[in-house]
Design a binder for this molecule. Structure first.
Ligand code: NAD
Length: 494
């Protein structure tokens, strides 16, 4: 498959003629795509195209923009099977999750299509007679979207659809590990009737195309999802030029399991949160904080169940856990496993790369569980982004909450308990943007905001609901209309 950039409504090679390749991480002998490798000239063209398209797109009534997004949602639904398979081939997650990735894009398309008929501002009474007070939403202009590889259709869609419904034009720079997925999404947007230049796609490296794009003078705002280290570097750079930026970054999410929990349910949640997507979710459950009364029993149940998970190609029906995205990430996860051992954590299952049978040609690591982890160990504090779960012991709920909160990240957390007072306390006191009760740390729905606290995000959540993406992709304009026909001085003449 040959993937080009999409600029001003046309599929074009990179100006320098260079390319790179994306591979199937379950079998790296399979090249998924040969892709345009963009440089500064390509980014210049894309920003110029987005700028040119902005006035007409902004001028189109929002309900009409919504109709185009609705068509995109319909096309995504129709193509769900094909796109889901592509997600599995290029990113590695198992088939059901590949389809789920596409479903998130469908959901956000329909949700944002509906927003075209809302996009509410406020109308409030004036303190003066013959005067109206209201606020309106206006687009930001040209928005650069930088996305990671772990949700290669969903995350670009979470950014593109709200940005478009608000009247912005966009340039997407997807992860260079999953360019074919991004291109497949943009192809459908083109088919849905998005006018030329409204959505542009440039492929290439983050350091080169990504950084040049985010700091480009024609760009008005940036939405970034990826690691905290890159996101915070960009925040520093863009803060200096006063450019609005939304960041969704890393996590070190935890599940609390109290002694009164339904342990079978909790185990299912831990397996899903810890090893789903091979632990490569920003919301992955990488820490367990377990009450001391059930600690040994639960760790044993978990180790047995984790050891039974089947690794392999996500397209095979009996695969539970797919590969790691690339060799660099595989090495990073293995390095964390070595760190855990050297810090004194007890490796109860897993810990090794798998290089035989169905896993012979990909980047696989056994589902790994560490016990006797203390909150100060690096494996309990840093994002690993792989199939590694660390079990920490606690004496009571107070201690559990303070362990969960005592890290630099604040994305997602969960509690399993049958005591409503305990779960209510956790809802109030856990310092994360998302809290789950008797459910795992993953499973957000698009009609509520999605975002992290602390080093996990800038506080401009994605997706829907009050405080969601619409608030980032639009800016507020306040209008005072005085029809009294005379000078009225606010605060003075009331
Ligand atoms: P990454 O930070 O390496 O890359 C993310 C994107 O940024 C890629 O498109 C990359 O090319 C680009 N990039 C890299 N350096 C850049 C630079 N200097 N300037 C501009 N762009 C640059 O992250 P990744 O490995 O692709 O994704 C994994 C990370 O993403 C994890 O930390 C995970 O927690 C995080 N993530 C967060 C969320 C969330 O919603 N909070 C969701 C998914 C993933």
């Amino acid at each position: 498959m040959h993937i080009l950039n999409f600029i001003g409504g046309e599929w074009v090679s990179a100006a320098g003629g260079k390319t790179f390749q994306s591979f199937n991480p379950a079998d790296t002998r399979q090249i998924v795509a040969t892709v345009a490798l963009s440089g500064t000239e390509d980014v210049d063209r894309a920003t110029a195209a987005a700028r040119k398209a902005f006035p007409a797109w902004r001028g189109m009534p929002a309900p009409r923009r919504g109709e185009i997004l609705f068509r995109a949602g319909e096309l995504l639904s129709r193509e769900k099977g094909r796109l889901g398979e592509l997600v599995t081939r290029e990113m590695g997650k198992v088939s059901a999750e590949g389809l789920g990735d596409v479903q998130e894009a469908i959901d956000i398309a329909f949700y944002m299509a509906g927003e075209g008929r809302r996009l509410q501002g406020e109308t409030v009474p004036s303190e003066l007679p013959g005067k109206d007070c209201k606020s309106l939403r206006a687009p930001l202009g040209v928005v650069a979207l930088i996305t990671p590889w772990n949700f290669p259709i969903a995350i670009p869609a979470w950014k593109i659809f709200p940005a478009l419904i608000c009247g912005n034009t966009v340039i997407l720079k997807p992860s260079s590990d999953t360019p074919a997925c991004a291109a497949a999404l943009v192809e459908l947007l083109e088919k849905a009737g998005i006018p030329p230049g409204v959505v542009n796609l440039v492929h290439g490296s983050g350091e080169m195309a990504g950084e040049y794009l985010t700091t480009h003078p024609e760009v008005n705002a940036v939405s970034f999802t990826g690691s905290s280290i890159v996101g915070e570097k960009l925040e520093g750079m863009l803060g200096k030029i006063h450019r609005p930026m939304a960041t969704e970054m890393g996590g070190k999410n935890a599940i609390i399991i109290m002694d009164d929990a339904d342990l079978t349910l909790a185990l299912e949640g831990v397996l899903w949160g810890g090893f789903g997507t091979t632990g490569q979710r920003c919301t992955a459950a990488s820490r367990l904080v377990i009450h001391e009364k059930i600690y040994d029993r639960f760790v044993e149940m978990l180790a047995e169940a984790a050891a039974r998970l089947r690794l392999g190609d996500g397209l095979e029906e009996d695969t539970d856990v797919g590969p790691i995205i690339n060799e660099r990430q595989q090495q990073k996860v293995l390095e964390y496993i070595r760190t855990g051992v050297s810090e004194g954590a007890r490796l109860v299952t897993g810990g090794k790369p798998v290089t035989t049978g169905a896993c012979a040609h990909g980047y696989f690591i056994e589902p790994t569980v560490f016990a006797d982890v203390t909150p100060t160990m690096r494996i309990a504090r840093e994002e690993i982004f792989g199939p590694v779960v660390s079990a920490i012991k606690c004496a009571d709920l107070d201690e559990a909450i303070s362990i969960v909160n005592d890290v630099g990240y604040g994305l997602s957390s969960a509690i399993y308990s049958r005591d409503v007072n305990k779960t209510a306390r956790a809802e109030h006191d856990l310092e994360t943007g998302i809290v789950y009760v008797n459910a795992s740390t993953i499973g957000a729905e698009i009609q509520l905001p999605f975002g992290g606290w602390k080093h996990s995000g800038s506080g401009h959540p994605e997706a829907g609901g009050r405080g969601g993406a619409i608030d980032f992709y639009s800016r507020v304009k306040v209008v005072y209309r005085d029809f009294s026909g005379k000078l009225q001085r606010a605060q003075i003449d009331k």
